[in-house]
Ligand binder design. Structure first.
Ligand code: ADP
Ligand code: MG
Length: 224
């Protein structure tokens, strides 16, 4: 039995607003195995983004245990946490967050250069990923010259560029019309499966969630 890529135990998060404390996560437990694609389903405001931010090691303020490829996040210093983020995680957000002054292929090359991959290999990998997503004719387009669906495809390729064991996706097609959303999500899932990465994908859409290997629901701050 292999080790989980993600193990959450008793994860809690509350926000203080004035006199009121809002408890958003009230003890989340979750295990994701290598290659497993898990839908994190919940209505708007249920805490999906808060949970993905915790797993993404972006922000402190959480209680409980978050283990990513066996490493306990709370026990890492800033450098080690940054390294774990870079080496273990890929991110796709609702809005693409591509670098506007770089073209599609450069947006997928850059994270590989940051990790130390040689430039030629990085370009080959970026081209291969973008081609699998049907963007072979868009490699030298800047984000502003791409449609919303194309922008999200580039964001998907960027997230997978360094072959992270775990992809975190927060409503990755939430910004697209229904037909495009369905198509881009299907391509994303195919690519993630082909690469063998695991993924935790937040969505409020039951139909999209049903395409994944397993669905977990956020309800009253816990997963059911
Ligand atoms: P979802 O992604 O499922 O829509 P969020 O995780 O964004 O839900 O938000 C969950 C709850 O936490 C909401 O009530 C939201 O207002 C609250 N919340 C999120 N971030 C903050 C913050 N930085 N400060 C105060 N409240 C927050
Ligand atoms: Mg959200």
């Amino acid at each position: 039995m292999s080790e989980p890529v993600l193990a959450l135990s008793g994860v809690r998060r509350s926000f203080i607003q004035g006199e009121v404390t809002i408890q958003v996560l009230r003890g989340v437990d979750l295990t994701v195995m290598p290659g497993e694609i898990v839908a994190l389903l919940g209505p708007s405001g249920s805490g999906k983004s808060t949970l993905l931010q915790a797993v993404g090691l972006l922000e402190g303020g959480f209680d409980g245990s978050i283990r990513i490829i066996g490493e306990e996040a709370a026990s890492l210093d800033d450098d080690a946490r940054t390294r774990l983020r870079r080496d273990a995680l890929g991110f796709v957000y609702q809005f693409h967050h591509l670098l506007p002054e770089f073209d599609a292929i450069e947006n997928v090359v850059l994270p590989q250069l940051v990790k130390g991959t040689d430039g030629v290999a990085a370009r080959d990998r970026a081209r291969a990923l973008l081609t699998k997503l049907g963007l072979e004719a868009r490699l030298d387009h800047r984000p502003a010259k791409l449609s919303g669906g194309e922008q999200q495809r580039v964001a998907v390729a960027r997230a997978l560029a360094n072959q992270p064991p775990l992809i975190l996706a927060d409503e990755p097609t939430g910004n697209l019309d229904e037909a495009t959303s369905e198509r881009v999500l299907g391509e994303f899932l195919n690519l993630v499966r082909g690469e063998g990465s695991a993924a935790l994908v937040a969505t409020h859409n039951e139909r999209l969630a049903a395409k994944m290997d397993r669905v977990v629901r956020l309800r009253d701050g816990r997963l059911v």
